[in-house]
Design a protein around this ligand. Structure first.
Ligand code: SF4
Ligand code: SF4
Length: 195
C-alpha cells in the first residue's frame, strides 16, 4: 500500500468516528477526576462541623461570592459557585480550617436558584440579653472563649475569664455601655500587669 493511501485511510478512520464525547453520559467521572493535577482549585467545600460563622471568609471574598444572611434565629454563610473566582482567599483566612478548595469543577444547572449552585451553612444565633438584638452565632461565642483561654497570659487569666463571664450574653454595644458599671474595662488588665 502506498504511503498516500495509508495516510488517506488513517484520516478517514479518524474522521469517521465521533471526535467528542457525549456530555455528561459519555464521561467517566471517576476517570476524569482521577486525572486532575494536584493544586487545582475547584469548588469550595465547607465543613459544617468546623464553621463557627465568624464572617472572615465573607470579608476577604474577592469575587463577592460569599454572603452572610442574619435573622433572629440563624446566620447563614453562603457561597454562590458561579460568582467564585477560585482565589482561595477564604481557605487561607478561615481560622477554623473549615474551607477546602476541592478538585471538583463540573457543575451544570439551568436555574441559578438550583441548590447545587450554593454552599450554605446555618448557625444558631444568640440575642443580646439586654437589647434583644441577635449579634453572634452561639458556636462562635464558645469558640472565642476557648481561644481566649488558650492565649491569655496566666498572670491575668483569672480576671479576664471573670470579666468575660460578667459580660457574657451582652452584644458589643451593651457591653461597652456597662463596662464601667461591671468593672470590666480592658485598661484594668494593663494596670494589673504594671503593678
Ligand atoms: S469559620 Fe471559616 S467558613 Fe466559617 S464563617 Fe468563619 S471563615 Fe467562613
Ligand atoms: S475562593 Fe475566592 S471568590 Fe471563591 S468563595 Fe473563596 S474567597 Fe470568594
Amino acid at each position: 500500500m502506498s504511503t498516500h493511501i495509508k495516510i488517506l485511510k488513517q484520516v478517514l478512520q479518524k474522521y469517521s468516528s465521533p471526535m467528542t464525547l457525549n456530555y455528561p453520559s459519555g464521561v467517566d467521572k471517576n476517570r476524569m477526576y482521577s486525572q486532575i493535577p494536584e493544586g487545582l482549585r475547584g469548588f469550595i467545600e465547607r465543613d459544617e462541623e468546623k464553621c463557627v460563622g465568624c464572617r472572615a471568609c465573607y470579608m476577604v471574598c474577592s469575587g463577592r461570592a460569599t454572603k452572610i444572611f442574619d435573622t433572629a434565629e440563624k446566620r447563614t454563610v453562603q457561597v454562590f459557585h458561579f460568582r467564585c473566582t477560585y482565589c482561595a482567599h477564604c481557605e487561607e483566612c478561615c481560622p477554623e480550617e473549615a474551607i477546602k478548595m476541592s478538585k471538583k469543577f463540573e457543575l451544570t444547572v439551568t436555574d441559578k436558584n438550583d441548590p447545587k449552585a450554593y454552599v450554605n451553612t446555618d448557625l444558631k444565633m444568640i440575642s443580646c440579653k439586654a437589647c434583644n438584638r441577635p449579634y453572634l452565632p452561639e458556636k462562635m461565642q464558645k469558640r472565642v472563649f476557648e481561644r481566649l483561654s488558650e492565649k491569655i497570659d496566666p498572670k491575668v487569666k483569672g480576671i479576664v475569664v471573670e470579666d468575660y463571664h460578667k459580660t457574657e450574653g451582652f452584644c458589643p454595644d451593651c457591653k461597652r455601655a456597662r463596662g464601667v458599671m461591671l468593672d470590666t474595662h480592658t485598661k484594668k488588665h494593663v494596670w494589673l500587669e504594671v503593678v
